[in-house]
Design a protein around this ligand. Sequence first.
Ligand code: WTA
Length: 647
Amino acid sequence: MSEAITSVLEENRSFEPPAGHQGYIPSLAAYEALKARFSDDFDGTWGDLAGQHLLWREPFTRVLNREKAPFFHWFEGGMLNVSENCLDRHVAAGLGKRTAIVWEGEAGQVRRISYTELLADVCRAANAMRELGIKAGDRVVIYMPMIPEAAVAMLACSRIGAIHSVVFGAFSSLALRDRIEDAGARLVITADGGSRRGAVYALKPNVDEALSEGCHTVRHVLLVRHGGNEVPTVPGRDIDWHQALNVQPAECEPLAVESEHPLFILYTSGSTGKPKGILHTTAGYLLWSRLTMCWSFDFNPAEDLFWCTADIGWITGHTYSVYGPLCCGGTTLMYEGVPTWPDAGRIWKICEDHAVSIFYTAPTAIRALIKAGDEWPAKYDLSSLRVLGTVGEPINPEAWMWYYRVIGKEKLPIVDTWWQTETGGHMIAPLPFATPTKPGSATLPLPGIDAAVVDEFGHTVIGDGGLLVLRQPWPSMLRGIWGDEKRYVDTYWRKFGSRYYFAGDGARIDEDGYFWIMGRVDDVLNVSGHRLGTMEIESALVSHHQVAEAAVVGRPDELKGEGICAFVVLKGEFTEGLAAALRAHVVSQIGAIARPDDIRFANSLPKTRSGKIMRRLLRDIAAGREITDDISTLEDQTVIEQLQQRV
Ligand code: WTA
């Protein structure tokens, strides 16, 4: 962090929002007016919005309790239920026939699930879970492909007050075991397998493997038959999802819970080895899911078809594939499969076939689509699109321009949204029909969000790079790290005390007040929009019997944003095929997303006199850049040459 944060990006282009459509927030003046309302009466404005946008069983009596900061309590005294807000209230409003979820499988199968049907499924699943002994506050791990049953499982948990923890389906059995154990889950919901590149991959065996050791809290596994692949089952423990649901009534009274009742835990990477379980609660999270759908996407539930390409294993999938669109009563599209299967036109074919109107994806996907060539989007009718979003990593201006020109035909707003697992929803993003955009900038903080860029001492910095902070709490903020209060305080609220939330990103504010996010300032990598801790990968490497020490750094990668480079010191001699074996080992420990792109070996790692690994030096070596560090104090100078060699 002592390294200066500098930005080399010079970007002067600016684009006016499209004219001729009245957006949810229609103008910059309306944005300013809403911001002013927050400045005048922060609590009152949040309270008004929560009252208008959510269905309450009991009204809240206090908007924000800061007494135990940084443990903030929102909407105290209020009682509500998330699934009731996402389903029952729309059915009660006569929208039962509206499609809630459109699902497309990789082979082209399509399912449309109406609000009435989704409500019935969620009730059946909730009843089935209750029959398995799941009560409010119990943890349920969901390890599934992108299928509607995953959303049903999430909503069913919320219906009975159970806490879900979705684990991305590409995580290995060991990563799954860690998360099950940390959460103390009672139930795992999974599927036999899913589709990928025209074949079925098995998922359930990973659950068996995970449960083969430890995981003593797990009583049952609910198994969705989806892939059609044969999988072993454990009698008494494993229960067929469809059979269990079929015998249940399609009604289940939603359990009203307190505003701060935990809704879910989602594990994400930090700068230490162990992933942290980010805790989100009920009312604040749901409110912000819904508001940001309206504000950042101009979502119109009666007309739009919203497609967020993120897997539900990530926060983006939670907030913008499931809770956001459903809380608004709109239609969300889920696609199970590889976006470039059977060819690079698949995404655009889906947009045409279903008349997608709001499309939300990651820069890494955009870069892959650019590489595939402009002829692919040219084959399809993309005229239904009206808003284009991006999330997950800084978008390079050229990728932004391609999105704007080739997909948006220079008519659609590009909504670059900065946020994190911890923030629950968008923090900095343009309002599509109000905010002028600049390629590569997430533009301005949303109303109610007090973002700033500060130096090490917390003083505001304008023009230069600094640390991104949030100076006021917000409703969808994380409420803690599961089982580790101290780590929550240390990670986010130590640097600037409980005054400012420390996001871990570097950023710059330009003369127009626009935010330019420059990437992580901690030991977190962003590989294809996925967050990975360098320590996590290092621990995986060191758990291999031939590895004595390892250091992992990121290096620029044209497609993935960041690639993974590992520097390894061996216990014994180098053996043939070791690099491949270490890659495979990391995959088995964490999952394929953590596979190192490059592994280099040396007798030792370069360290400072105080014994700290010289990471900046390693980053320069990994990127093939000139070395700027002073290396004269290194005991073994030949180490640098060794590390510069590719295997
Ligand atoms: C990065 C994903 C630049 C950032 C929602 C953040 C971004 C981390 C953007 C969170 C963006 C996300 N521009 N960087 N629009 N969006 N990031 O928790 O470094 O998976 O801290 O949440 O992704 O990743 P996470």
